[in-house]
Design a protein around this ligand. Structure first.
Ligand code: PGA
Length: 262
């Protein structure tokens, strides 16, 4: 299976001109040799989706197949009196194939609950979007040890995926991103790194939980992934890709990450 490399630009860059420049640099990364078997999902802020989708359409067919656009979030209602929200159909109509849901920054800063995230997962899948659900434990939970961390992840997955097992889910339509909160950078890709062995152990555990929920999904790792350490995660066949924040804003660094995906 192709590895999935997701570029989460977060609230960056500040202008449309910069966003178009970053997209051009990211879409031009050579996909040769070791980097050939990957799919790159670019998740810009909503407001840049339309101009980027116009540029996306101009990519050669082969490149178009290896790239996709995604949103960083969705709301669970398709339309209505929900000021500021963006429905899954709106994202799709702009050319997005994926959406991230349940990112820890939204959970923490915007107080999103598991109940809200569960509704978003279901709404995204119902609209035919590919949903990347982020899960991850806090530093406090991690400090309590492995048992506490896996218990937290199991409960978070169970709550966020309530009812999803009853779905006729197509392969690759639901993706889990394991993002330990303590390993996410402040936007520069240089935070405290989660050792690849720990990321692998949690990936294997997540796959077991997912199986018990009667699901099968790829599992990505996210948290300070950069050009230097990407291979440590991506060389494991069980880690199906990476969710990259800070380093996705630097095309050179992002290129190294893409080339690390075997
Ligand atoms: P980071 O962000 O790579 O900057 O740590 C990852 C994420 O939050 O998705």
């Amino acid at each position: 299976m192709a590895k999935l490399i997701v570029a989460n630009w977060k609230e960056n860059p500040e202008t449309e001109a910069e966003a178009l420049k970053l997209f051009a640099a990211t879409a031009n990364i050579p996909r040769t040799g070791k980097g050939a078997n990957i799919e790159v999902v670019i998740c810009p802020p909503f407001v840049y989706l339309e101009p980027i989708a116009a540029e996306f359409k101009k990519l050669p067919a082969g490149e178009k197949r290896r790239h996709a656009l995604g949103g960083q979030d969705i709301f669970w209602e398709r339309t209505g009196a929900f000021t500021g929200e963006i429905g899954p159909g709106m994202l799709k109509s702009l050319g997005a194939r994926y959406t991230i849901v349940g990112h820890s920054e939204r959970r923490k800063i915007l107080k999103e609950t598991d109940e809200m995230i569960n509704k978003k997962v279901i709404a995204g899948l119902a609209a035919g979007l590919r949903v990347i659900l982020c899960v991850g434990e806090s530093r406090e939970t991690r400090k309590q040890g492995d048992v506490a961390a896996v218990k937290f992840i199991k409960e978070q997955l169970t709550r966020d995926l309530r009812g999803v097992g009853r779905w006729p889910l197509k392969a690759g339509h639901l993706v889990i991103a394991y993002e330990p909160i303590w390993a996410i950078s402040n936007g520069n890709g240089a935070g405290k790194n989660c050792p690849p062995s720990e990321a692998l152990a949690m990936t294997q555990f997540i796959k077991l939980v997912i199986k018990k929920l009667k699901l099968k999904t790829p599992v990505l790792y996210g948290g300070s992934v950069n050009g230097k350490d990407a291979r440590g995660y991506l060389s494991h066949p069980e880690i199906d890709g990476a969710l990259v924040g800070g380093a996705s804003l630097n095309p050179k660094e992002f290129e190294k990450i893409c080339q690390s995906a075997i």
